[in-house]
Design a binder for this molecule. Structure first.
Ligand SMILES: *[C@@H]1O[C@H](CO)[C@@H](O)[C@H](O)[C@H]1NC(C)=O
Ligand SMILES: *[C@@H]1O[C@H](CO)[C@@H](O)[C@H](O)[C@H]1NC(C)=O
Ligand SMILES: *[C@@H]1O[C@H](CO)[C@@H](O)[C@H](O)[C@H]1NC(C)=O
Length: 353
């Protein structure tokens, strides 16, 4: 993974960079890079990751697997996340929506009293049509703020959902999306600095890559005033999202603004700071973390270089069952386009030569 989880590329100058099984010259995404790459390459059906700003869903999309981040609090943080982050939470990476559901039902946290967590519903995925008419909210300007291949592929997926299930897309506006991204950045940076304080004091900065060093400096620079203002925006965004969920069941967007980009040779030994691609990678992730909303990504196609494209669904709080249904239906509608990655180990069948 990326050093300290403080980056999105998975380039790690000290322990090696994760490569994308769809093209070993491109990034796997991050920070849960290894989890995404091993599931993609067939080495295991399911892996866990931690998602503080898209770190499960984003590498999942880049590596063509399912990335599922339940509502904040639905999975226990114990043992996965030794930090008290309000934006970071565990998530599941899986080869299929069915596998994601199996893993989810196995690790879901039922130890808390029910007034803290609404009752758990595990959907019967075979009965997709029984969930009826789903309304998908799309914020056009935001949806379109992605590479051309991503935009057209995600558009086609929405058309397929309409053709197969009659699901309608409704146009909405999510106000202050860019402000939300910045407020989330202040929040995750402040929380990371605070919860890692006792380790950071002892850390020799020269032992970590340049990009992680820069990230730590920026993270440590936020004032309590900035943090508190960010929490005001959080309340405001929750209100905006609740309004949208009155008109639609889920919000739909591309999972990333770009597909896996090339690994530069010199970045392998130094690390890399790429804020243009980095911002495009996390553009659609933020509500899942800042508002704790459940979200899932499914592969809906490939760009002209053969690299996977993910479509994301963001749900109402605790609406995991609806999300899994919607994701399964999307997987079914897009299944015939599936392409196996060139690096793939068929552990149950024929071994590669
Ligand atoms: C996180 O918060 C809980 C409750 O406030 C506390 O019991 C626990 O020790 C904290 N964990 C860490 C790693 O700070
Ligand atoms: C988004 O792009 C589509 C074409 O892909 C176009 O029809 C639509 O008007 C665009 N929406 C906005 C809000 O820019
Ligand atoms: C893999 O990615 C590299 C870097 O983008 C590109 O030059 C190369 O053509 C790609 N390979 C294939 C087989 O598409």
């Amino acid at each position: 993974m990326h050093e300290l989880g403080a980056g999105t590329s998975g380039i790690n100058p000290h322990h090696g960079s994760t490569r994308n099984p769809y093209n070993a010259s491109t990034i796997a995404g991050g920070s849960s890079s290894g989890s995404a790459a091993i599931v993609c390459a067939g080495l295991c059906p399911v892996a866990l990751g931690v998602d503080g700003g898209g770190s499960v869903r984003m590498p999942a999309a880049l590596c063509g697997v399912v990335g599922f981040k339940p509502t904040a609090g639905r999975l226990s943080n114990a043992g996965v996340l030794p930090l008290n982050w309000t934006v970071g939470m565990p998530g599941i990476l899986a080869g299929t929506v069915e596998d994601a559901l199996i893993a989810y039902s196995a690790i879901v946290d039922q130890s808390q009293p029910s007034y803290l967590r609404p009752e758990l519903n595990l959907p019967q995925l075979g009965s997709t049509l029984s969930i009826g008419n789903i309304k998908l909210a799309r914020y056009g300007k935001w949806f379109n703020d992605s590479a051309e291949d991503i935009r057209s592929c995600c558009d086609k997926a929405l058309q397929a959902l309409r053709a197969n299930y009659g699901w309608q897309t409704v146009d909405v506006t999510i106000p202050e999306v860019e402000e939300m991204r910045l407020a989330h950045y202040v929040t995750i940076g402040s929380e990371c600095t605070t919860s890692l304080a006792k380790y950071l004091d002892k850390l020799k900065r020269s032992e970590i890559g340049w990009d992680a060093r820069v990230a730590l400096s920026v993270y440590g620079s936020f004032s309590s005033r900035a943090y508190l203002n960010a929490q005001r925006l959080r309340n405001r965004q929750m209100y905006f999202h609740k309004q949208i969920f009155k008109a639609a069941d889920v919000i739909v967007s591309p999972m990333t603004g770009v597909t896996a980009y090339p690994l530069q040779d010199d970045a392998l030994s130094t690390g890399e700071l790429d804020y243009i691609n980095g911002a495009a990678l996390v553009r659609y992730s933020i509500a899942g973390n800042f508002l704790g909303l459940p979200a899932i990504t499914v592969t809906v196609g490939y760009d002209r270089g053969g690299l996977p494209i993910g479509l994301q669904f963001i749900g109402r709080p605790w609406a995991e069952a609806t999300l899994l249904h919607v994701a399964f239906a999307t997987q079914q509608a897009c299944a015939k386009g599936y392409k196996k990655p060139p690096v793939f180990y068929d552990l149950l069948g024929k071994q590669p030569d």
